[in-house]
Write a protein that binds this ligand. Structure first.
Ligand SMILES: NC(=O)c1ccc[n+]([C@@H]2O[C@H](COP(=O)([O-])OP(=O)(O)OC[C@H]3O[C@@H](n4cnc5c(N)ncnc54)[C@H](O)[C@@H]3O)[C@@H](O)[C@H]2O)c1
Length: 257
């Protein structure tokens, strides 16, 4: 069993609704006593996220569009004021234009390419840099969410696959930067789960069917399984693990033909 996280604090980026993987992670950390700050991307999502937050133990809830450096700064200032320190960052943010998640990858526009990378990959570095001063003297843990489309071709995943490859490489470089200070950063490569973002990938239902038929466990994963792996990666049970991509995908990543 992971140790209790009652003296720890964390910030969660990427809660849109109750299906969000970031929400599953938040629930798992909150259940072990971590004091959380939840962030949401736009005002449109605010009421829903505040309502969800009532299920947790008195979290801070803030808006943060990760493409706006001032909003990111403001989140960490408020966390500093409210919590005084920070132990954990959960990065569950990604975006690509819907029209770039269908058809040939070579149709990707420069704008679409840059936007997907800014939101889905660069934002990890942007939030990690701001988290570090608040992690000083603690053993900080950073976790991000990725997908096997970074390393294999998944039809229609397109520019998001390239952004996930950049995200996973960022995890390795960050791990080397921060490891000497006792901090760790890892990625969870989750199998497909029906969420708001996932519904933007053309043919997503077929991907779910494929996993049910071809993964070693012959089933899809749950958000709870992702949340529990996040809890493991943020607890002392995983103290020796950093720079890694951990697969929560019913074993699909091992399969060949
Ligand atoms: N659902 C899956 O099948 C699956 C599988 C593997 C990895 N992932 C990854 O999990 C993470 C969470 O996605 P999800 O499936 O829970 O979907 P989701 O739509 O619930 O979460 C994506 C989040 O990104 C946020 N976001 C988008 N643009 C933003 C911006 N500019 N600033 C701040 N936040 C922004 C959205 O508001 C949303 O909260 C993503 O990185 C996704 O790629 C998902």
């Amino acid at each position: 069993m992971p140790s209790k996280l009652t003296d720890r604090t964390g910030v969660i980026f990427g809660v849109a609704n109750k299906r969000s993987l970031a929400w599953s992670c938040a629930k798992a950390l909150d259940a072990q006593g971590m004091r959380l700050c939840l962030t949401y991307a736009t005002d449109r999502l605010g009421d829903g996220v505040r309502k969800l937050a009532e299920e947790l133990n008195n979290p801070l809830v803030l808006r943060c569009d990760v493409t706006d450096p001032d909003e990111i700064d403001s989140v960490f200032v408020k966390i500093g004021d409210e919590f005084g320190h920070l132990d954990t960052v959960l990065h569950g943010v990604a975006f690509a234009k819907r029209e770039e998640l269908v058809g040939n990858f070579y149709h990707t526009t420069k704008d679409g390419y840059v936007l997907a990378h800014e939101v889905s990959a660069y934002s990890l570095t942007a939030v990690s840099r701001r988290a570090l001063p608040l992690m000083e003297g603690r053993e900080g843990t950073i976790v991000t969410l990725t997908y096997i489309g970074s390393e294999r071709v998944v039809r229609n995943y397109n520019v998001m696959g390239i952004a996930k490859a950049a995200l996973e490489a960022s995890v390795r470089y960050l791990a080397n930067d921060i490891g000497r200070h006792g901090h760790r950063v890892n990625a969870i490569s989750a199998g497909p789960i029906r969420t708001l973002s996932a519904s933007g990938v053309a043919g997503f239902s077929k991907i779910l069917d494929h996993i049910e038929e071809h993964s070693p466990m012959r089933r899809n994963i749950t958000g709870e399984e992702v949340g529990n792996t996040c809890l493991f990666l943020c607890s002392d049970m995983s103290r020796g693990i950093t720079g890694s991509t951990i697969y929560v995908d019913s074993g699909y990543h091992i399969m060949g033909v």
